[in-house]
Design a protein around this ligand. Structure first.
Ligand code: GLC
Length: 792
């Protein structure tokens, strides 16, 4: 097997579907977010992590606290040798015992930790069952010594059961009850952090039964942290490891944990597999005992593991690319899609950030990742977000996933993502029926989705400055611009461009529905936005970001910090609001000031002093996150802008620099996982220029996938067919992409004999010449070979 992108910490396997970590000592926790859309877990290369159901903030099952340095909260498995009187753990944490071998494999839906300690090899495979609210841990031990070994294996996890953090632990522990039955321990809690139906707090049950079970007869068990860890001890040296058996404490009066101990005798060369399950069954609808019986065995675990591959194939494999760039292939085929779905849409949690909600704009954008594999999931997401809109057209900025509710704000862009994503969905599916889906408002009766979008647009129309530029409101896409326009005077030039693009997609929809008056109105506003932007938003060499409530300019040559912002300059190109010369000049400024070694910066230079009239973006240390860092989500859009402007080499550069596997070579600078996108990379003013952070939970994953396929490969669904308009680096001899589109498979092979960037010389479909670079819609369930020759 050829190792790809290998460095001192790890490598990709040849097909890119697994990332192998070679040591526990990576520069940051390198993890996996594993989810089935309901039950999720996080695990790092040390074996630390935690589990949740439905929501990591509101319904955490096991406890953990954010600590990237110690990375010391987990569900742990101790292995003890009774004759040698020593113990270690099946992962590096918590015992950190010297090891003979150590390797962690992060895969699609599973993580495997392999090590050898004291001549006992162990393989711990952890995954979430595709169709049940539980995780399975398979632990295989092999005796590689020449003597028979008397071992025991002890599991350990702290129950949290509800909102995280449970700040007042001494209060919360008073409501938990634990018990043991058969080969399992159970935990319930008669308190959850939601009000009851009369609005009374601290008055409802946590409606689940948590369990941990094991496939072997119990040697002993415990549900009390005090007896297990021992007062003033730590989990690397628990008292339990010095006692012959666990204390067996349960009930209402403990500090609740789950610990199961089983005995394992291994003759030389022998192996033994033990299966643990951990989960939470919803009371009344699911039965913890039945779930335990189904999964807590070697065959149960094997069947569940085998189901992972088809489960993920549906989301990942219906579009596969083959280009000369492995980093591009690995991210596009596997990791960006997996990250967007498992991490962002389902798990909604990571090491750096835990979410308790759906972000109105966030998961709508993310849902585009479903469009090729299973657009129905994107459809559901659209309808869900529409249901979180007010009849006045505005929306919740985010809302809690379990019971709803969240902040209503004057954010200026959130609401417009509804028609924006609807447009992408329709380009892929032409499912115009969705427009008639009746969805209630948060404060009003049901209306068709079309009306929801219309209300969002009309609301946006009502928030313009006297000179016709959209108001910034509480902020635009950049949440950190949190004080620029709260008095509803400051303007956002980016929103002008964004709205212009949204209207471009919506006008044909309005016409299609015979809503000509609205279509005409949109067309008028659209034109006026372009005029206003170019009249008031041009700063000479680039577009301004905004004006503040006080009438000051932001993103101008006249500023000494935050002189130039990425967003208004690339979206001017993407939206077509900048014509010829200006588009060229604006992009040239982006290239000059913002396109750096590690990707495209969000603004430059970073703010070094807090500016109360701009907002918290100026309060971050310079170079971090939205303050002059590479904000990866937005950096992906620079790929789109360069491609759209006919600058394919720069498009590829902007892509290549943020494509994580490429950072394997300078990993001690970069630090983050090379297989998932980071939220941000430190900008030039940071002392850690080039350092990646906030991985997994970022909107950049979906967009990295989309700009790669839509704007570099140039395969874009549109109303009348599948457009092929590559914008590739000239050195590529060609590429292949196979993807489903409206019920047929397109096996597209692009040849580039003249080493050009794009431009199509020849198209054949099913072996027949085809006169257009828009591929016809077949919808016949068959595979259609398409051959394309680039050149003139
Ligand atoms: C965060 C938010 C996202 C926002 C971005 C830029 O990622 O979740 O909604 O657009 O920051 O501020």
């Amino acid at each position: 097997m050829n190792r790809k992108f290998e460095n001192q910490y790890g490598y990709f396997t040849e097909d890119g579907r697994e990332y192998v970590v070679k040591t526990p000592f990576t520069p940051r926790p390198w993890g996996n977010i594993i989810s089935n859309g309901d039950y999720s877990l996080m695990i790092s290369q040390t074996g630390s992590g935690y589990s949740w159901r439905g929501n990591a903030g509101q319904n955490r099952i096991t406890r953990s606290f954010q600590d990237l340095v110690k990375d010391n909260w987990g569900k742990y498995f101790y292995i003890r040798d009774l004759q040698r009187n020593t113990y270690w753990s099946a992962a590096f944490k918590p015992v950190m015992h010297p090891y003979q071998q150590y390797q962690v494999v992060h895969g699609i839906g599973y993580t495997r930790i392999m090590q050898q300690v004291e001549d006992i090899a162990s393989t711990l495979t952890i995954f979430v069952a595709p169709d049940a609210p539980l995780e399975v841990i398979q632990l295989t031990l092999t005796n590689n010594s020449s003597e028979t070994r008397e071992l025991d294996v002890t599991s350990y996890a702290e129950w949290l059961l509800g909102f995280s953090p449970d700040e007042h632990r001494e209060f919360h522990k008073l409501f938990i009850d634990t018990s043991c039955a058969g080969q399992a321990v159970f935990a319930t809690k008669c308190l959850w952090g939601f009000p009851d139906d009369k609005g009374r707090w601290n008055n409802v049950d946590w409606p689940y039964t948590a369990f941990m079970a094991v496939s072997e007869p119990l040697k002993s068990f415990d549900c009390d942290k005090e007896s297990f860890i021992g007062m003033y001890n730590n989990d690397d040296r628990p008292r339990a490891m010095t006692e012959p058996t666990l204390a067996g404490r349960t009930g209402r009066f403990t500090d609740a944990i789950a610990a199961l101990q089983v005995a394992v005798t291994l003759p030389p060369g022998a192996s033994k597999t033990i299966v643990f399950t951990l989960g939470a069954a919803e009371n009344g609808t699911e039965d913890a005992h039945e779930l335990i019986a189904r999964y807590t065995s070697i065959t149960g675990a094997e069947q569940a593991f085998a189901a992972l591959q088809p489960f993920w194939a549906r989301f990942l494999d219906r579009e596969q690319v083959e280009t000369p760039d492995d980093a591009f292939n690995f991210m596009t085929n596997v990791w960006a899609k997996y990250q967007a779905i498992s991490g962002r849409l389902w798990g909604k949690s990571a090491f750096y950030q835990v979410s308790a909600g759906w972000g109105f704009r966030d998961q709508l954008q993310d849902s585009q990742v479903y469009l090729v594999g299973d657009p129905d999931f994107a459809r559901k997401q659209l309808l869900l977000h529409a249901a979180n809109q007010f009849i006045e057209g505005d929306v919740l900025h985010w809302w809690f996933t379990i019971r709803g509710g969240g902040p209503r704000t004057n954010c200026s862009d959130d609401l417009l993502w509804l028609p924006f994503i609807l447009h992408s969905y329709l380009q892929e599916t032409v499912d115009y029926d969705i427009l008639d889906e009746q969805i209630p408002y948060l404060n009003g009766p049901a209306e068709a989705l079309y009306e929801h979008c219309k209300r969002a647009i009309e609301r946006s129309f009502s928030r313009f400055s006297p000179r016709g530029v959209p108001l910034m409101g509480d902020h635009d896409w950049n949440d950190g611009l949190s004080a620029v326009g709260t008095l509803l005077k400051g303007e956002s030039f980016w929103v002008a461009e964004f709205l212009h693009m949204v209207l471009g997609g919506f006008i044909p929809l309005a016409q299609r529905r015979g809503d000509d008056r609205f279509a005409d109105r949109c067309a008028l506003v659209r034109d006026s936005l372009k005029v206003a932007l170019n009249q008031h938003g041009w700063d000479g060499q680039w577009y301004l970001m905004a004006t503040t409530d006080d009438g000051l300019l932001l993103g101008s040559q006249t500023n000494d910090e935050g002189k130039i912002f990425l967003m208004p300059n690339i979206w001017a190109v993407m939206s077509g609001t900048a014509d010829g010369k200006r588009a060229e000049t604006a992009l040239a400024s982006v290239t000059q000031y913002l396109l750096k070694d590690y990707g495209t910066l969000l603004n430059y230079p970073a703010f070094t002093r807090p500016r109360p009239d701009i907002g918290y973006v100026t309060r971050y240390a310079p170079g971090l996150r939205e303050n002059g860092g590479v904000y990866t989500h937005a950096a992906t859009w620079s790929v789109w802008a360069y491609a759209r402007a006919g600058q394919p080499e720069l498009a590829y550069e902007a892509y290549r620099r943020i494509c994580p596997p490429n950072r394997s070579a300078d990993i001690d600078t970069y630090k983050a996982e090379p297989y998932v996108t980071p939220g941000n990379i430190d900008g030039p003013l940071s002392e850690y220029y080039g350092r990646g952070g906030w991985t997994w939970y970022t909107g950049s994953a979906q967009w990295l996938h989309r700009v790669a396929t839509h704007w570099i490969l140039g395969i874009r669904p549109q109303e009348d067919g599948l457009l092929v308009e590559p914008s590739i680096p000239a050195h590529w001899p060609g590429f292949k992409i196979t993807r489903t589109f409206r019920g047929a498979v397109y096996a597209i092979e692009v040849e580039n004999p003249q080493r050009v960037h794009g431009g199509i010389r020849l198209v054949t479909v099913d072996g027949q010449p085809h006169s257009s670079h828009i591929l016809p819609v077949f919808g016949d369930g068959k595979t259609h070979p398409v051959k394309i020759v680039l050149g003139t």
